[in-house]
Design a protein around this ligand. Sequence first.
Ligand code: F0G
Length: 459
Amino acid sequence: MEKRSWAEPYRIKMVELLKMTTLQERKVAIKEAGLNTFLLKSEDVYIDLLTDSGVGAMSDRQWSGIMMGDEAYAGSRNFYHMRDTIQDYYSYKYTVPTHQGRGAENILSQIMIKDGDYVPGNMYFTTTRLHQELAGGHFVDIIIDEAHDADSEHPFKGNVDMDKLDKLVAKVGADKIPYVCIATCVNMAGGQPISMENLGEVKSWCNKHKILLVHDMTRVAENAYFIQQREKGYQDKTVKQIVYELCALTNAATMSSKKDAMVNIGGFLAMNDEALYEKSCELVVVYEGLHTYGGMAGRDMEALAIGIKESVQDNHMQARVGQVEYLGEQLLSEGVPIVKPIGGHAVFLNARTILPHIPQEQFPAQALAAALYVESGIRSMERGAVSAGRDHDTGKNFMPKLELVRLTIPRRVYTQAHMDVTAESVIRVMKNADKVKGLKFTYEPKMLRFFMGRFEEVS
Ligand code: F0G
């Protein structure tokens, strides 16, 4: 077939200048940061691939929305626009705004989870699992085994293993499972989608056992795009239609709108059940703000409402995922081991294979992220043993199968030339991989240690 290239469905109206640093400056900066890329100053970073969260480029329409902010304490016009957009695009009837995704996770966990409960999910996410544990619950991983294998090319590595769900309910009973939490485009698995068919099976299972189905919809549009590209029967549906269909299979959702919806801050908890909505309103006023702003400014709710509409456009998703694939394919063609298939929001380097001389106890992914920064000024993020943290009950370090460095691509921010430089830099680090040393903690925070932990090289 004749090759058809994609191009960004926008042009650039304003640019932000970047600072270039020297090798010596970067060596000093990473040392001061305790070898943790989270502790670097943004000014010392050239290409920032730390996260896709809150770092997308807003459109001229979103910026005009910012000027239309109604900053009334109660009943802001922008809240109603956001609420109606969420119902129209995501199906959920009630919306409770929160300052970001974890604010929604906190409220949901506190309402739903009792001490000793079990919360099954298709792989953990750091903040999600922590809120479940703080509420007295235990997270149970029910994702298919392929998701833990960086080399498996399963097209839907976000799928749930229904046997794992059956075994859990047989072991603990349905009344110990307050809800099943399903993420679309699973972050920690490498940005991997769940199929519509599998989500439908989970839905039927939940109905049968009278258990609520909660959707972590942070990257639902990317998931919908993969369904359109890969799942039988969806080729002729739009991303917008598939997003709606995914959401409509679930009862409630937590959202970090800093990702898919391309705003700098914000999130929400949404649901169809009125009683759950009322309880959420009671808690949102304690932790976030009044139920019509929940920690968001009116202007940010307006930008979010507009961002939701832009995020489900087919040409936007094609360019968004196309850029991630562009980087991933360059790395693959040079023999760099990455998680396959290439994910929706990021390319994940397999640090186990790149640094085979560093045992997982010495955090190879953390070391690789630091080395990439020193080499090139590119900031990435560890997603391995440091992120996995310790078992809440035993205090032992989790040793996840996936020991990864995430090159996360912000939406609508960088060009293909930035991707070229990134690929070249990764390849250069790989050629000198034997010089990278293992790490140990010099400061280990008790919770979410990857954010502020500090390290030194093992001598
Ligand atoms: N769920 C998923 C799947 C996420 O990726 C995130 C955030 C959250 C929930 C929490 O949302 O940050 O708005 O409180 N992920 C970011 C990341 C931080 O870099 O992957 P939040």
